[in-house]
Design a binder for this molecule. Sequence first.
Ligand SMILES: [Zn+2]
Length: 100
Amino acid sequence: MQEPEPRPTSRLLVTCSCCWKAFLYRPEHFFNGSPAPSPECHRQARAEARAESTKLIAAAVIAAIRLNKEKIENSPAVHSKVAESLKLAEMIVSKMKNLG
Ligand SMILES: [Zn+2]
């Protein structure tokens, strides 16, 4: 028979794989269950995904307006208007986050 492992005495640092929050577990809590993301992580991930798609839609609408009648091609003018549109959409989304 093998000797059983000694009882853990130090705390264990576990980092969440989705939000990188760190949690310190006491030895008596090691065997309560497997580490898993909290429901808060899923909520936060969904909110971030929503903000990303909102930003994409806003940027597309702004770009469509800014590129009105412009020839859509791989040109610096088109690239710069798309970049500006994305920047404006990001400003709008971050303003909304601050208000909400
Ligand atoms: Zn997390």
